[in-house]
Write a protein that binds this ligand. Structure first.
Ligand code: ATP
Ligand code: MG
Length: 258
């Protein structure tokens, strides 16, 4: 892997929906290989719209998205805020699904599925169905499903927003460990200053009306980041810095408050 090399260049990207709402305006952003990049901003600033454009689930109305490498269909994995699991299917079958849709048999998929379930600490739960799992466990299944195709880029839209703080901290730690071991690229949407600082090497702070990039913050603290980092003065100072930028971004929003 060529760490930091441009993987995706967003050049003057805008999105105006048919109802006339401009969700994104003139976004210029380069995502580097191996980045853990967070999009941080208030509700309605276009974070999900940006993620859907990157995923190819939607097309821009202005500008272009330029992938700098040969990227196949399976280059992107997506994890949503809701785990969106099939309720009647087992944990194994839920994680197998993206491979199954690509024609990979259960037997052939089994090693990859088992390995990922182990990585998200769900070994032994292969035959459980979603209603038997806690919210955090469901999200772990969703992450395993997002990674089972070995995507180059994992897109995560507020994946931990519905979880309690303790579960969220655990999943933050485990996600960072996976990211460090597997070296995929992450684009992570969050409302949380604390979460974005803990996880990211880059935070892109966005403003609303129209949705745009307000400022980028580099988080230069070294990895691995663990509980010692979470309680360090350096982390607190970075959170304060990011929080100050976020307040400026919110204040720069034109029109009524959300
Ligand atoms: N399909 C759509 N049609 C029309 N307007 C849309 C559509 N999707 C999003 N919008 C509008 O675009 C703007 C940005 O929405 P988006 O969902 O990207 O924001 P967000 O930053 O993800 O917000 P949140 O933090 O609440 O999830 C909002 O004003 C929203 O109402
Ligand atoms: Mg959103």
């Amino acid at each position: 892997m060529n760490e930091g090399a441009p993987l995706l260049v967003m050049d003057g990207v805008g999105k105006t929906f048919s109802n006339g709402v401009t969700a994104l305006d003139d976004v210029n952003l380069t995502i580097g290989e191996g980045d853990f990049l967070s999009l941080l901003g208030p509700s309605g600033c276009g974070k999900s719209t940006a993620l859907r454009l990157i995923a190819g689930l939607s097309v821009p109305t202005r500008g272009r998205l330029d992938w700098r490498k040969e990227m196949g269909d399976d280059c992107v994995g997506f994890v949503f805020q809701e785990p969106t699991l099939l309720p009647w299917a087992s944990v194994f079958d839920n994680v197998w699904l993206p491979l199954r849709l690509r024609g990979v048999s259960r037997a052939k998929a089994a090693p990859a599925v088992h390995e990922l379930l182990e990585r998200v600490h769900l070994s032994g739960f292969e035959n459980a169905v979603p209603r038997e799992l806690s919210g955090g466990m469901k999200m772990r299944v969703s992450i395993a499903r997002g990674l089972v195709t070995k995507p180059r880029v994992l897109l995560m839209d507020e994946p931990f927003a519905a979880l309690d703080e303790i579960t969220r901290f655990k999943l933050n730690n485990d996600l960072l460990e996976l990211w460090q071991d597997e070296r995929f690229t992450v684009v992570f949407v969050t409302h949380s200053v604390f979460e974005s600082v803990f996880l990211s090497n880059r935070i892109v702070v966005m403003a609303a009306r129209p949705g745009r990039v307000h400022e980028e913050i580099a988080i230069d603290a070294p990895y691995p980041r663990d509980e010692a980092f979470r309680t360090s003065p350096g982390y607190a100072a970075l959170c304060r810095q990011a929080s100050d930028v976020l307040v400026l971004a919110i204040n720069s929003t034109h029109g009524a408050a959300a």
